[in-house]
Design a protein around this ligand. Structure first.
Ligand SMILES: Nc1ncnc2c1ncn2[C@@H]1O[C@H](COP(=O)(O)OP(=O)(O)OP(=O)(O)O)[C@@H](O)[C@H]1O
Ligand SMILES: [Mg+2]
Length: 359
């Protein structure tokens, strides 16, 4: 008898409108600059549907589950409609990114295997200051920094300008803007005040590493494999913008910055530097307890020192972008990479730690 195809619940949490729907009505000719990329980027649903199609192609029975901030819906899935495996794409619950780790904890308690990082890793990497301390204590270089609980920093802070001011517990480049990079004390204090007013606390002030930006995708566990290294090329960015992946450059197709930051994969690096990048990225992956797949964001200074900026467990899996661009360069198609991630989760046997609720 043919073996039944494993069922995969692709779990995500999306409430409200999809901003990218609106882009469908925008005429690229109305922008006032020449866009390099298509401004009609995939909507959230289109991205999830691409994952469904790919997993079907690989012989699974995928099913999209939008948790929609509804805990009952989640527990029904975990008890009454238990899938063989969960593809965990949930990043927050009730707008709170801290609850991402708690939801993964529920998957563990209910004994349903799930893709990606365990709860501890998700919680740790959301605390950029703590992660940096762990990296530093274990010989992984990360920019020198202060973690501010209050909008106060003594003038003799011991850090070398330029500095970057960023929220310590946000991701997806939230709070990373042109004025995040500061060159003197007055800009620094202005930005610290702004960051405390507009973003969640604490706030990181760290040395800005001029040089190249490298994103290192890592896939697997025994042992994890470093995929071809991806470089962000800022050379087409108008000179008034700092060489960073700002929120605008990452997410806003109607702005010029979005179209002026390009990727090069594999990055051209001297052998010795590449070996160091790979070694430091793997060390960061292990130290932060990542699992299955992750992306380590790095900077390479002009004097060839490798710095880890942050570790992203469960990074974005959009086809052809970032992690998936590296996977493609490694000869892994979108669907094959997703299959590998699902197979890793399926290989973990999980048992419920709590009895089912009375029916
Ligand atoms: N110390 C630094 N030196 C140079 N550039 C930096 C530094 N810190 C942050 N950046 C720039 O800001 C970008 C976003 O920073 P970071 O990766 O820490 O934030 P994030 O919000 O977690 O981003 P992501 O979108 O990758 O989740 C980096 O990709 C880099 O371009
Ligand atoms: Mg990053």
């Amino acid at each position: 008898m043919a073996k039944t195809k494993p069922s995969v619940a692709i779990v995500f949490n999306h409430v409200g409108d999809d901003e990218y729907e609106k882009l469908k009505d925008v005429d690229p000719k109305s922008l006032g600059f020449k866009p390099e990329y298509d401004i009609h980027v995939a909507t959230i649903m289109e991205e999830y549907e691409a994952i469904v199609d790919a997993l079907k192609k690989e012989g699974f029975r995928p099913n999209l589950v939008n948790v929609n901030d509804d805990l009952t819906k989640l527990s029904t899935l975990l008890w009454s409609h238990r899938p063989d495996v969960i593809f965990n794409l949930l990043e927050y619950f009730k707008e709170d990114p801290k609850l991402e780790a708690m939801v993964a904890g529920l998957f563990d308690l209910y004994g349903v295997p799930f893709t990606g990082a365990p709860p501890f890793s998700l919680a740790l990497c959301q605390r950029k200051g703590l992660t940096k301390q762990i990296l530093h204590a274990n010989g992984v270089r990360t920019p020198r920094f202060h973690l501010l609980m209050k909008p106060k920093l003594r003038n003799r802070h011991g850090l070398h300008y330029p500095l970057i001011v960023k929220p310590a517990r946000e991701d997806a480049s939230t709070g990373i803007e042109k004025t995040s990079v500061v060159y003197d004390q007055s800009q620094l204090h202005e930005r610290i005040d702004y960051a405390f007013e507009h973003f969640s606390h604490p706030i990181l002030v760290e040395e800005f590493i001029e040089g190249r930006e490298l994103h290192v995708a890592i896939l697997g566990n025994d042992p994890p494999e470093v995929l071809p290294i991806l470089e962000y090329d800022f050379s087409m960015l108008p000179p008034e913008f700092p060489r960073i992946i700002s929120y605008t450059a990452k997410w806003e197709p109607l702005k010029e910055e979005f179209h002026r930051v390009h990727t090069i994969c594999p990055a051209k690096l001297p052998k010795r530097v590449e070996a160091r990048v790979r070694e430091q990225a793997l060390a960061a992956y292990h130290l932060t307890n990542c699992r299955d797949y992750a992306r380590v964001d790095m900077r390479l200074s002009n004097d060839d020192h490798v710095y880890v900026l942050e570790v992203n467990p469960n990074p974005d899996l959009t086809e052809g972008v970032s992690f998936m661009e590296s996977a493609e360069k490694a000869g892994l198609s979108f669907s094959k990479t997703l299959k590998m991630i699902v197979d890793m989760a399926l290989s973990r046997t999980a048992k419920p730690a709590v009895p089912p609720p009375a029916q």
